[in-house]
Design a protein around this ligand. Structure first.
Ligand code: 6MZ
Length: 432
C-alpha cells in the first residue's frame, strides 16, 4: 500500500492534493533548511552522467536495475535509501558532476520560489578522481556560484578569487576540549586584523545560544534583487565517520565560513555509529560559531535521542520516533524542527501524512519548518510539501505563508539577510 497518497479527506487513496493548491504553493516565497545535495539530484542528471561515463569507455558502477531503482522515486525503506545513496555516490564522483548537481539543485529550488536555501552535503575525498574534501567543497561552491550567475543574481563579494583565507593552516587539536578558534581557522591574524575576505573575520568566536545569534561568516553572494535566492552551505558529518573525521568536517566548515558555510549537520544511516563519536566535534562546531543541526529519532533510539536533546542543537531534523517522555522534552526545549513529510512517509518512519507529527507539533505552537530532505530520491519539491501539508492538515494559504515567515527565524542567516527575508514574507502575507 502506498501511504504517500492522501486525498483531501486525509485518506490513502486518490490524489495527494489538488493541482490548484500546488500552484498556489508555488507562488509562495519559501525557506528550505533541510536538503541533502546528492539526495536532491535530478534523476535525468544521473542518467546523463552515466551516459557520459559510458561514452568515455568507463565501466559503469551500477546495473540497469540499480539505475531504475535510483530514478524511480517511490516508497523505500530507510535501509534501501542508504543503499541508494551509496549507488548515487558511486556515480557522482567527479568535481564536474558535483558542480553540475549543485548548480541544478540551486536552480530547481529558485524555480520553486525558494528565497533562502541551506544545502547540506558530506565532504568526500576520492583520491582516484583527484578529489580531496576541500576540492569537493570547492566544487559544490563553484556549482552554487554558477547557478547564481546563471540566474542573473550574482554580485559576488565573498566568492572572490582571493582565497587567501583558506590557504592558512587549519585548526589543529581542540577535539578533546571541544574548542576551535574560528578566527584562526579562517586564516585571520591572532589580533583579529586584516580580514582577507568579506565576512571572514567578522564572526566572533565563542558559543552560541540559538540560531538568532549565529554569526553568518559571510554569505555566498550579495544579492541585487530583494527576492533573489540566498544560498548557504552546511557540511554534514556522516554517521559512518569516526571522531577524527567528524572533527575534520567541523574544521573545514570553520575554514569555509568566509564562503557561505554556516553550519554543521549530523546525518546518515541512523542504524550506524554512536553519539559519543561525534559529540566532541559538534561541541567544537558550536564553539566556532557554526550552526548545528542533528538528524534525531528517524528510527526509535531513545538513549541517543535523549543525548541529542540534552546537547541542545540549534535545530533538529525528523524526530519521528520518540516516546512520550522524549516528546515532552522536545516540546519544552522549543528546538526548531525540520520536518520532511514525503521522506518520512515513503521511508515508513511515520505511517501516513495525516498521522505525521507535524500536526501535533504545529497545533502546540512548536517551531517547525517544512523541508524536502531528498527531492530527487523522493520525487518532491518544497511547494509539493506545502501542498501536502495544506491538504493533510487543512492549512489555509496565510497559515503557510506564516509557516515560511517563521522559518526565517530558524535559519543560520545573518541579521540583515533575515530582515530582507522577513520583508519578502510580509509582502506575501498581505497579498495572498
Ligand atoms: C539521514 C540522510 C537522509 O551528503 O552525499 N541523508 N541521512 N536520513 C535521511 N533520510 C532519508 N537522506 C540523506 O547527500 C546524501 C547523504 O545525505 C544523508 C546520507 O548521509 C546520504 O548519504 P550528500 O550530498
Amino acid at each position: 500500500k502506498n501511504h504517500a497518497k492522501v486525498d483531501a479527506k486525509g485518506e490513502d487513496e486518490g490524489q495527494i492534493y489538488e493541482e490548484s493548491i500546488l500552484l498556489a504553493c508555488r507562488q509562495l516565497p519559501k525557506v528550505e533548511l533541510h536538503a541533502h545535495l546528492n539526495g536532491s539530484v535530478r534523476p535525468q542528471t544521473i542518467r546523463e552522467i552515466l551516459e557520459e561515463r559510458s561514452a568515455a569507455g568507463e565501466a559503469l558502477p551500477v546495473t540497469e536495475l540499480q539505475l531504475k531503482d535510483i530514478t524511480a522515486c517511490g516508497d523505500r525503506s530507510l535501509a534501501d535509501c542508504f543503499r541508494l545513496f551509496d549507488l548515487i555516490h558511486a556515480i557522482t564522483t567527479t568535481h564536474a558532476a558535483i558542480s553540475r548537481i549543485a548548480a541544478e539543485v540551486v536552480r530547481d529550488f529558485a524555480e520553486d520560489r525558494v528565497v533562502y536555501l541551506e544545502l547540506r552535503t558530506t565532504p568526500k575525498a576520492r583520491p582516484e578522481y583527484g578529489m580531496t574534501k576541500e576540492s569537493y567543497i570547492e566544487a559544490v561552491l563553484d556549482g552554487i556560484g554558477l547557478a547564481l550567475s546563471q540566474l542573473g543574481q550574482q554580485r559576488c563579494t565573498t566568492m572572490s578569487t582571493d582565497l587567501s583565507c583558506l590557504s592558512r593552516p587549519g585548526v589543529d587539536g581542540g577535539a578533546s576540549e571541544g574548542k576551535l578558534d574560528v578566527r584562526e581557522a579562517a586564516g585571520c591574524t591572532p589580533g583579529g586584523e586584516g580580514p582577507q575576505m568579506d565576512g571572514c573575520c567578522t564572526a566572533a568566536p565563542g558559543p552560541v545560544d540559538g540560531p538568532a545569534s549565529v554569526p553568518s561568516g559571510g554569505s555566498a553572494v550579495v544579492l541585487t534583487n530583494d527576492e533573489a535566492i540566498i544560498v548557504k552551505l552546511l557540511l554534514s558529518i556522516d554517521r559512518r565517520e569516526d571522531a577524527a573525521a567528524a572533527l575534520e568536517t567541523v574544521q573545514l566548515a570553520a575554514r569555509y565560513k568566509c564562503r557561505g558555510v554556516v553550519g554543521v549537520d549530523l546525518s546518515g544511516n541512523p542504524y550506524v555509529g554512536s553519539w559519543a563519536s561525534w559529540s566532541g566535534a559538534l561541541a567544537a562546531a558550536r564553539a566556532a560559531g557554526l550552526g548545528v543541526t542533528l538528524h534525531a529519532g528517524e528510527v526509535y533510539s531513545p538513549a541517543e535521542t535523549a543525548s541529542m536533546l540534552a546537547f541542545r542543537p540549534d535545530r533538529l531534523g525528523h524526530c519521528c520516533c520518540l516516546d512520550r517522555e522524549l516528546a515532552e522534552t522536545l516540546r519544552s526545549s522549543a528546538i526548531p524542527l525540520e520536518l520532511c513529510l514525503t521522506s518520512n512517509v515513503l521511508t515508513q518512519s511515520v505511517p501516513s501524512y495525516p498521522e505525521h507529527h507535524f500536526a501535533e507539533l504545529y497545533a502546540a505552537g512548536h517551531p517547525v519548518v517544512l523541508c524536502t530532505d531528498d527531492s530527487g530520491v523522493f520525487g518532491t519539491t518544497l511547494s509539493r510539501e506545502y501542498a501536502i501539508a495544506a491538504t493533510a492538515f487543512r492549512l489555509r494559504m496565510n497559515a503557510l505563508v506564516e509557516l515560511g515567515r517563521k522559518s526565517v527565524e530558524y535559519t543560520f542567516a545573518d541579521a540583515e539577510e533575515k530582515r530582507r527575508l522577513r520583508s519578502i514574507m510580509d509582502r506575501a502575507l498581505v497579498t495572498k
